[in-house]
Design a protein. Structure first.
Length: 148
């Protein structure tokens, strides 16, 4: 009888330890949102529809990284490449239309509005410029997958 009581006591202690360890086990982190860039745009929504290429930067005035991305993109402005800052306060409807939920997002679109390269978040000037060069002249970049 004494052996049965000892076995029962050991079982109760083991179950209690198991319950405590289960409670201490970390809870899985909540699913993190995934932000994406548009894959197709209507070029008539943006200035510079006469240029074959468009670099649009979805930004916000309160975002310091956005200002940096806009500066990097503006260097690309030419007769062939239109550069547009799609700032949230000035163009909230476009942010909603293209489901832009985070900034900065930079896209490189062709004359048809097909997005050929995009970046979500800050990027280096070299990466942005190389992605535009690769979109305009495939095979011109040593890293053709930039912006994909």
């Amino acid at each position: 009888m004494q052996q049965v009581l000892v076995a029962a006591a050991v079982l109760v202690v083991a179950l209690a330890i198991g319950a405590v360890l289960r409670r201490r086990a970390g809870v899985d982190a909540p699913t993190q949102p995934v932000f994406t860039a548009p894959s197709q745009i209507d070029r008539s929504d943006f200035a510079g529809t006469d240029s074959p290429w468009l670099v649009a930067v979805f930004s916000s005035a309160s975002c310091t990284a956005c200002a940096d991305v806009v500066r990097k993109a503006q260097v690309l402005a030419s007769a062939e490449v239109a550069v547009v800052d799609v700032e949230y306060a000035a163009a909230a409807a476009l942010h909603r239309k293209y489901h832009v939920d985070a900034v900065p997002i930079a896209i490189v679109a062709d004359r048809s509005g097909v997005v050929r390269a995009s970046f979500v978040g800050p990027m280096s000037a070299t990466d942005l410029w190389a992605a535009v060069a690769e979109a305009r002249h495939p095979g011109s970049s040593p890293e053709p997958d930039l912006g994909h």
